[in-house]
Design a protein around this ligand. Structure first.
Ligand code: AMP
Length: 507
């Protein structure tokens, strides 16, 4: 089924319901949203776009983003959303790899792109675009697509090497959306999706379930993440639900403290995409209350591997609540999760190994990259490249990316464990642990630490903290102090760059 069907149906039975907002301003109801998307599909067809063709979206978050996404789907074509923060050259590389014949852009993103790609670029603030979306209320139904039909090429964030295009089908999107409704948070028509994180990533993947339920879609005027704006919008337009990376939750908590806000109007913050430190989520729940749900996913199984529910995130009574809060929860309804050894054979409950997933939301493979597909999909299982363990109750705890595990003196050291300890120091703002080759031990542990402004915390104090909480051999052999950690455009720490700072090779 084409995901645009959900928009078509909602527009028929709830056409007057408010759909798209820019900040507090209503841009379109569901009938208007559908008319514009189907008009755009016609305009795309007129410009030679055929079902299965790729169309790039290099846009900041805005209501037109959804019109473009759904217009592409109405035409049966494949969306290639690209993070608007990427350099024009990086975007051009993705466009070239995907074979997109057309790109929609917002003005701020596009100049670099025009210089770097020969394809047709349409600025969504121009009259040309306004003409393309001018509907007459008589648009065509979505082009029929089966569940295996490609809907979205999702380029991985490329923390290691070139990004790869994950093929996301209409069937995967339908399944992950239904899992959102069952496992993550049931959406009601009065709710709103608030797009605080890039729509090219997780936030955009949550649009379809909100379309299905006829809920509102609110794009921040800042077009990005601004903690003060989130709090104000929630108070004025709640109930709002949104996806946030862990660093955004941290910033929201700091801002709410400054403002004396407790997050009124926020229905749900779904967090994930990177490790959430326990201290940060405990503080956020203490301040905002039970408004948080954690998900674990990756482009290859978007937003769809496991979930730690609202009640579990807020629970402080269960004898093992701390362990559970440090986990990524239990498998979502449509997938099976297992832990495998180096050959992908299941290991006993509680043992550490690579996390493997199979089920409806798992990708059929990477775009035109059979070698990478064969490495990642084995015997029907997605090898996630994440290391973790499952307990007897089915809770999955992530340790690290397998590439980040440090092997010192023949023993595995999981950076996350040391990072968790260092972050309990009130003067440590951020930290990241990496391995450095050592002739004596194989690898040594090195800590990169960002201190709070004015802090004088030193090696000695941090060493004491580690010695009080973890085995001696795990404590860092060296501390390096930085102003900030290198991060990619999704806020993920680039350990590759940290290793390069140490002068080590990285693949
Ligand atoms: P991406 O494909 O860019 O979304 O990155 C996916 C990776 O982010 C996963 O393979 C994990 O390593 C990490 N990740 C995603 N969700 C979580 C989470 N809830 N906790 C810790 N790490 C996560």
């Amino acid at each position: 089924m084409n995901m645009a069907e959900w928009l078509d149906r909602t527009s028929r039975h709830r056409g007057d319901a408010p759909a798209l907002f820019l900040g507090p301003t209503l841009v379109a109801d569901y009938r208007g949203f559908r008319d514009r998307a189907s008009a755009l599909a016609r305009a795309l067809t007129d410009r030679g776009i055929r079902p299965g063709d790729r169309v790039a979206i290099f846009m900041k978050n805005c209501p037109d983003y959804l019109i473009v996404l759904y217009g592409i789907w109405y035409a049966g074509a494949v969306a290639v959303p690209i993070n608007a923060k990427l350099h024009g050259k990086e975007a051009a590389w993705i466009i070239g790899d995907s074979g997109a014949g057309l790109a929609f852009v917002t003005p701020d993103a596009w100049q670099g792109l025009v210089d770097a790609t020969p394809i047709r670029v349409i600025d969504t603030t121009t009259d040309e675009f306004a003409d393309m979306i001018r509907g007459d209320g008589d648009g065509d139904a979505p082009v029929s697509r089966g569940p295996d039909g490609l809907a979205w090429l999702f380029y991985t964030s490329g923390t290691t090497g070139r990004p790869k295009g994950v093929q996301i089908t209409h069937g995967m999107l339908a399944t992950m959306s239904l899992c959102y409704q069952v496992d993550v948070d049931p959406v009601a028509p009065a709710d709103a999706a608030f797009y605080a994180a890039p729509m090219s990533h997780g936030a955009g993947l949550y649009a379809p379930i909100h379309v299905r339920m006829g809920a509102r879609h609110v794009c921040p005027v800042s077009a990005g993440f601004d903690a003060a704006e989130v709090l104000d919008a929630a108070a004025a337009q709640g109930p709002l639900s949104m996806f946030m990376a862990p660093t955004m939750v941290r910033r929201l908590t700091d801002e709410a403290r400054r403002k004396g806000s407790r997050g009124d109007g926020i229905r749900t913050i779904v967090y994930g995409g990177g490790p959430m430190y326990r201290a940060d989520i405990e503080e956020a729940v203490a301040l905002f209350g039970p408004r948080f749900v954690q998900i674990y996913g990756q482009g290859e199984c978007p937003m769809g591997i496991s979930v730690l529910s609202r009640d579990e995130v807020a629970d402080r009574a269960h004898p093992r609540w701390r362990d559970r809060l440090g986990s990524v929860g239990r498998a979502q309804s449509a997938v099976q999760v297992a832990i495998g050894d180096a050959d992908g054979r299941p290991v006993p409950t509680g043992a550490m190994g690579e996390i493997m997933v199979r089920g409806g939301p798992v990708m059929p493979g990477y775009w035109q990259d059979p070698q990478a597909t064969a490495r990642t999909l084995r015997d029907g299982w997605l090898m996630t490249g994440d290391v973790g363990r499952l307990d007897e109750d089915g809770y999955l705890t992530l340790q690290d990316r397998s590439k980040d595990v440090i092997i010192s003196g023949g023993t595995n050291i999981y950076p996350r464990e040391i990072e968790d300890v260092l972050l309990t120091h009130p003067e440590v703002h951020e930290c990241a642990i990496v391995g450095r080759p050592s002739a004596e031990w194989g690898e040594d542990v090195v800590a990169f630490v960002v201190r709070h402004p004015g802090s004088t915390v030193d090696d000695h104090a941090l060493d004491e903290l580690c010695l009080a909480q973890i085995a001696r051999f795990k404590r860092p052999k060296q501390y390096r102090y930085l102003q900030e950690l290198p991060k990619n455009n999704y806020g993920k720490v680039l350990k590759t760059e940290l290793r390069q700072m140490l002068g080590t090779e990285d693949t």
